[in-house]
Unconditional design. Structure first.
Length: 214
């Protein structure tokens, strides 16, 4: 299978080629088409298997295709458990948004709060964040989630292990549910709290597990 088999928007497909990705990994082969069909996903595969592109590509496909669907930003929120992981996801996302109209921002705990308020007020299309800090901005009304189209939880198991359940619920409740799709990624699905959480956040999710993860 090739990336060209997914039927990606031509601009997105050119970026994939330009970055030198030829063959999708196993998780990408399963997750990208399912996400493009609009399903909520609960997906797992081991570290290093390419989960980041498995959610970045369908997110970009959706926004590229439905340019005018939502007038309210942000349209995609990606949450990760740690600052380090958020930075890694953001740098991969930036490779794809670099020469587009899409604006992506990084909101991390431990950084200057007021600088982040300014950044959020500029209506970014994508927010990559750690949950604690993003929930603080939400509580204080620095941005709204009523135009959110995609909520992506990266390493959901670790976010729950780090005690972010409350912030994740808060972010979930603030987002419009009618048109929203949710993609949950985890290194393992053999985690009781992840499964409980999936019931709270996801609608009829498709389960994708690579490598007998559950
Ligand atoms: P995970 O989140 O599953 O731990 P990452 O998304 O961080 O994995 O990907 C690990 C590495 O694999 C990254 O350096 C990424 O650029 C690379 N990678 C991802 N998808 C592909 C692909 N289809 N072909 C080649 N390399 C890839
Ligand atoms: Mg990852």
């Amino acid at each position: 299978m090739q990336f060209s088999d997914f039927g990606l928007e031509s601009r997105l497909m050119s970026t994939v080629e330009h970055l030198g990705f030829a063959e999708p990994t196993e998780i990408q082969q399963k997750a990208i088409p399912a996400a493009m069909q609009g399903h909520d996903l609960i997906a797992s595969s081991k570290t290093g298997s390419g989960k980041t592109l498995a959610f970045i590509i369908p997110a970009l496909q959706r926004l590229t295709k439905n340019r005018a669907l939502s007038k309210r930003d942000p349209r995609v929120v990606i949450l990760t458990p740690t600052r380090e992981l958020a930075k890694q996801v953001f740098s991969q996302l930036r490779l794809f948004t670099a020469n587009t109209q899409f604006k992506a921002v990084l909101i991390l705990g431990g950084e200057n709060f007021n600088d982040q308020v300014n950044v959020l007020e500029k209506d970014p299309h994508f927010i990559v964040a750690t949950p604690g800090r993003l929930a603080d901005h939400l509580t204080q009304g620095h941005f709204y989630l009523n135009g959110l189209e995609l909520l992506i939880l990266d390493e959901a198991d670790r976010m729950l292990d780090l005690g972010f359940a409350k912030q994740l619920s808060q972010i979930n409740k603030a987002a419009d549910h009618r048109k929203r799709q949710t993609l949950l990624f985890s290194a393992t699905l053999d985690h009781a709290q992840v499964n409980e959480f999936a019931i709270e956040l996801l609608k009829k999710p498709k389960r994708i597990a690579i490598g007998g993860a559950f």
